[in-house]
Design a protein around this ligand. Structure first.
Ligand code: ZN
Length: 308
């Protein structure tokens, strides 16, 4: 009763090994081609996922380009400072409640999409992403996993000058430039995973390891985040939640993404994103290093110096 849902050039497909099966075709039109609609019928999706051996594959993953498995979520939430080591490297206190911001849903992009950078201070953040299946309000922590359709890998790309160009910082704009939300490569159901609470997460830039941790280090875990958010907002089918990034982001060492670099982000069991970084024209504040940003940099440098 497990499934891996992919977006193959805009059409919903189930994945098994290296092959994919077009959802509308194998369901004889019972499902449409829309990946968002598939999320509304998870038990039927699982049933089909269990019978893939009965069908001829529609094609091989190697021959197609995957889009984001959740192309049009209604909302996209993200949690900041949700790993102890990242809060420490950022010189920030551990938040008493999840530090939530939104990424505009228009930033969502695919697992191999280019990242278009509009300043020299664009940063990576490898993250575990949860996708809501069954909608809900006031979801109890103990029930929260039942509202999760599945998990995928995400990159919470951040333009640091824009993020810190106002006080308090404007996380939503700094992290919502077009292409700043690659997710995928597929949506993996919880029952496809050995232990979805404990998975290695890793990020490297053109072969250099930058982040490595385990998602069991989250300060606020997925059930807590879902319970907390759903006191405030109704969570909808397809809503996307970025859960935070571990230590090792570029801002700490001044290692920002550069034109032509390949950003590789993996979570064991969920797969790998491979995104090329492309420097495009500056945004209007690209050359301005805001005060709040230089203070953050100075604090990080001081801390790094003190530890040596
Ligand atoms: Zn983040």
């Amino acid at each position: 009763m497990a499934f891996r849902l992919a977006n193959i050039e805009g059409r919903a497909a189930l994945v098994s090994g290296d092959a994919y099966y077009d959802l509308e075709d194998i369901s004889n039109g019972n499902f449409s081609g829309d990946p968002m609609q598939a999320l509304e019928r998870l038990s039927e999706l699982s049933a089909l996922g269990a019978q893939l051996d009965n069908f001829e594959p529609s094609g091989q993953l190697a021959d197609v380009e995957l889009g984001p498995p959740i192309p049009n979520p209604k909302n996209c939430y993200a949690v900041g400072l949700n790993y102890r080591n990242h809060a420490e490297e950022s010189n920030m206190d551990i938040p008493p409640v999840p530090m939530v911001f939104t990424k505009h849903t228009s930033c969502i992009s695919g697992p191999t999409a280019n990242i278009e950078m509009r300043s020299d201070y664009v940063d990576y953040e490898a993250e575990l992403v949860a996708v809501i299946g069954k909608p809900g309000k006031d979801i109890a922590r103990d029930d929260a996993w039942q509202h999760v359709a599945g998990l995928c890998v995400g990159q919470d790309i951040s333009d640091r000058p824009m993020q810190f160009s106002a006080a308090p910082p404007q996380f939503n704009l700094g992290k919502s430039f077009d292409t700043f939300g690659p997710i995928g490569p597929v949506l993996t159901s919880l029952d496809s995973l050995d232990d979805y609470r404990s998975m290695e997460i890793q990020c490297d830039v053109s072969g250099e390891l930058r982040q490595k941790d385990n998602v069991d280090d989250l300060i606020f875990d997925i059930p807590f985040i879902i319970s907390y958010l759903s006191e405030i907002v109704t969570l909808n089918t397809g809503d996307v939640i970025f859960t935070g990034t571990p230590a090792g982001v570029g801002v700490i060492d001044g290692k920002y993404l550069r034109d032509g670099e390949i950003l590789t982000t993996s979570i064991a069991g969920l797969g790998t994103l491979r995104n090329r970084c492309v420097r495009v024209a500056d945004h209007s504040r690209a050359a301005i290093v805001p005060d709040a940003f230089s203070k953050l940099l100075a604090a990080a440098r001081e801390k790094a110096g003190a530890q040596k």
